[in-house]
Write a protein that binds this ligand. Structure first.
Ligand code: F0G
Length: 482
């Protein structure tokens, strides 16, 4: 966002765009919200969007598009093979990352499927700063093991470390020694580390990782899904990069990586994904998988309209005004909550605001899913839908043992250019009320637990009548307010 100083002294986020299309929202009464939560099995994924006021579940595929993106969708060239649309997207991706080869896929996890099938075999290991749910699932499905080697600071809720998403270089060396370089399928670096609070990694760290990978001939795979936020933080927080343009930084990141993949539901504000590389051998091996799982090589499961929008979205990602909107709104939200004493991850990261459910509900044991309970309670209190990012998002091991997550978070995603500042302030206000009344909130238990990615459609129930008590307190404090 532009550097605008305010006469009043205090500054606040200033949008560098205007709203030209709107969607009406519903805010239903709290009694109905309680019923909806019950019908959804206390899982915010299972809510109907018509019952949601602010949808802060994710930023995936729900960022607001620009007028240029919408216009481009009307000029798409619909053809199974060889469409002009694909040629435009391919050209843009190659320019954006400075790469030779591009493979389309229908979304980020489809890229993870292809990469895992090509590189991971039984007994191999994939060291990474931190896992993402789908990335880990694909690696383990192919018989691999994930080793998380993020810097210790990454797990600290309150910190002033600017790059909590960095890999600990000593841990990386240890993992390679322990497993042997030949058993390391690849090293995965995730931009804007999703599950620990959207925390960025530095260019310096990537450069050190890349040197080690090249020394041992281990491929370096970069997950660029959250690159836009990470870029902004590199520009603002990494002294050595001050004055560099967004594109210069992207080209440096790409040059240090062997394979780059992205969810275009996040990067480029469309719905799709893709894999890039400069390595012809990797390209040909991965290419075989595209027609099998995704579709022909010139669409890979994406609609031509989305491909046009992604091409423009990538071009717009080079604009600092565009990539700064999310981080600046998130910073505002984090600062407001922090000021009220509500435990949130600091420094503010990308993607969204992350509330520390372990501290918020310190009376709810981890085995009763405090982050899931907080997500349910917050929807009831506000109509705002967040996402559990804690033990519920973990998977049982082969012996059925449930690992406790490193952190228990309620993620309140801030889709880019979607919410106004007053809506963000509403979410802060209701969270502050919930914090005052946190002792009313109890735990959850599973009533239906799927084996894979259980957080998506598992169903839970409250362990007592705590939700009814919460509704009663709301009515006492707010009268007939929605
Ligand atoms: N990698 C990262 C870092 C992600 O955040 C995601 C998706 C993926 C890969 C998978 O991409 O959804 O297009 O298949 N994150 C979404 C989220 C789902 O809500 O954080 P996908």
């Amino acid at each position: 966002m532009a550097n605008v100083k305010f006469y009043a002294g205090e500054s606040f986020p200033l949008e560098m765009h205007k709203v030209r299309i709107i969607q009406k929202l519903n805010l239903i009464p709290i009694e109905e919200r309680q019923k909806c939560m019950e019908a959804a099995g206390n899982n915010t994924f299972l809510l109907k969007n018509r019952d949601v006021f602010m949808d802060m579940l994710t930023d995936s595929g729900v960022n607001a598009m620009s007028d240029r993106q919408l216009a481009s969708m009307m000029a798409a060239d619909d053809s199974y093979a060889g469409s002009e649309t694909f040629t435009r997207l391919e050209k843009m991706v190659k320019k954006f990352f400075g790469v030779e080869y591009f493979l389309p896929a229908h979304q980020g996890r489809a890229c993870e499927n292809i990469i895992s099938q090509v590189f991971v075999k039984k007994g191999s290991v994939v060291p990474m700063n931190y896992h993402f749910t789908t990335s880990k699932a694909h690696i383990t499905l192919n018989g691999g093991t994930v080793e998380e080697i993020i810097v210790d600071e990454g797990f600290k809720i309150k910190s002033d470390c600017p790059f909590k998403g960095d890999i600990d270089i000593d841990k990386l060396k240890d993992v390679i020694n322990k497993w042997g370089a030949e058993n390391v399928a690849f090293v995965r670096v995730e931009a804007g580390t999703n599950l620990i609070g959207g925390q960025p990694g530095s260019l310096q760290n990537l450069s050190e990782i890349s040197s080690i990978c090249r020394l041992h001939k281990i491929p370096l795979v970069y997950d660029a899904s959250l690159l836009a936020d990470n870029l902004y933080f590199i520009m603002k927080r990494e002294k050595a990069c001050a004055g560099m343009s967004t594109h210069e930084i992207i080209l440096k990141i790409a040059a240090l990586s062997d394979v780059i993949y992205f969810s275009a539901r996040k990067l480029g504000f469309g719905r799709g994904g893709g894999i890039c590389t400069n390595n012809s051998e990797y390209f040909y091996r991965m290419r075989e998988m595209v027609p099998l799982y995704e579709g022909f090589l010139t669409y890979g499961g994406m609609s031509v309209r989305e491909m046009e929008a992604i091409a423009i979205g990538l071009e717009e990602t080079l604009d600092e005004d565009m990539i700064s909107q999310g981080p600046i709104f998130i910073e505002h939200m984090v600062k407001e909550l922090d000021r009220k004493g509500i435990p949130v991850i600091t420094p503010a990261g990308g993607l969204g605001c992350h509330v520390d459910a372990k501290a918020f509900l310190d009376h709810v044991p981890q085995s009763q899913y405090p982050a899931g309970a907080l997500a349910a309670a917050f929807y009831i209190a506000s109509g705002v839908r967040g996402m559990e990012r804690g033990t519920l998002s973990e998977q049982r091991d082969e012996n059925g043992v449930e690992p406790m997550a490193h952190v228990e978070l309620l993620r309140l995603a801030v889709p880019r250019r979607v919410f106004t500042l007053s809506q963000i302030n509403y979410a802060v206000d209701r969270l502050a009320w919930l914090y005052e009344n946190r002792r009313l909130v109890g735990g959850l238990k599973f009533v239906e637990e799927p084996k894979i990615l259980r957080f998506f459609f598992g169903r839970l129930a409250p362990l007592s009548d705590w939700q009814t008590k919460l509704v009663e307190k709301f009515r006492k404090d707010f009268g007939d307010s929605l």
